[in-house]
Design a protein around this ligand. Sequence first.
Ligand SMILES: C[S@@+](CC[C@H](N)C(=O)[O-])C[C@H]1O[C@@H](n2cnc3c(N)ncnc32)[C@H](O)[C@@H]1O
Length: 442
Amino acid sequence: MTLDDVAARTPSLLQFTEHSDRSLTHRMFRYPAKFHVPVAAGLIEQFSTPGQTILDPFCGSGTILVEASVRGRSSVGTDLDPLAVAVSRAKTSSFPPGQLESVTERLQTCLATLRRPDSEYLALAKSDLTDDDYRRALDGLWVPAIPRLRHWFRNYVIIDLARIRSQILKLELAPAIERWIMVVFASIIRNASNADPVPVSGLEVTAHMRRLDAAGRVINPFALLDKALGRAVRGATAYASERSPATSTSVFQSDATTLQTPTQPDVIITSPPYQNAVDYYRRHQLEMFWLDLTSTQADRLALQPSYIGKHRVAASNPILKAPWAPSPTAQEWLDRMQEQAPPRARDFRAYMTSMDAVFARWADLLPAGGLAVCVVGRSTWNGANIPTDELFLEMAQGRFSMLDHLSYPVKNRYMSYARRNGADIAEEHVLVLEALPPDALP
Ligand SMILES: C[S@@+](CC[C@H](N)C(=O)[O-])C[C@H]1O[C@@H](n2cnc3c(N)ncnc32)[C@H](O)[C@@H]1O
């Protein structure tokens, strides 16, 4: 299918079976813009076969990896974001029967001595610990070096979270199980904070949260953890019994523009970040610090320029100096943006240059004939739809041939993109590309 054919036809509707009630480990962590599970499952079933290895180079919370292993496929998941790697590992870990129950029971017994009575939480909702009481309660506890820590959390919540974290570490668990429990702990951070949990695209203490807090919102980190542990144990138990033992899953941190994998994948199934939609770097700030995935702000800042899809890309970002030969459509959009909004043109250029490097990596990693299945959303700018699917197709030309172009409506607004940044995505597209043999490459 040529690009002109593609432009001339309406994408066919992606067929997928509506949700089964298997939630497996999918509900362990609320991850922004994650795959709709039936879409992930449908793409795996349609475009891979049991025994193959699927690569998801933007694995996020690991939806593809979880669904792959219950469908007899091995998988490799990579992501730039350290929290994504931790979550994906936890969601695809499998433990012997009964082990999680006994560890969580041990943890809950130890935590029982640290819990405040419910009446104290009610009182603290109206009047937090004073600064002096906070300092006294700290008593040598480790707290993360989050800038403006007490803007993001109430004083007593910091103490409770630090006590929970320290108790988890005191159990001296095997590394895999400790990492698993830490992800459960990470899953309560957002709800225990002052930030609004709903707009998952960033991190903000909204007027809505201030109103709830003024009305006496009760935050009990221990109760949040009880619930999260119960849900996580049930999910992990279902996953362990359903995953195919013949499959393997590996997850590691990597920038998709320079990715190398130890094994050659048969198929790539992925959903790259959208332009100007979710700020993963900012969104995951609190969890990254609490899990000690970053110890200083400088550590974290070093990662920031490599996130694809960010808005307000700094003029000094090296990606803006990288060579890039824009396609005619990309050049057209770049010129329009350059004329009206130079910072938006920088974001666009950085996005396109990075995605171009990503497509080049995919062509290297896949065998000839291997499929790259890529979910993409059109974002809007100045009231116009940026045809990201067509821009990707132009990029893929010369490296891939186009097998199919599907689309489906986005019903689940769980993605909660911020409308102000123009990434209001109502429909997603699926590009099915086939890697050309090396002698066909330019
Ligand atoms: C749309 S999300 C993927 C969500 C995933 N499909 C799921 O179900 O959870 C895009 C992911 O791309 C990651 N990302 C952004 N820039 C990246 C880069 N340069 N290399 C690798 N991953 C990157 C983000 O951290 C985010 O997890």
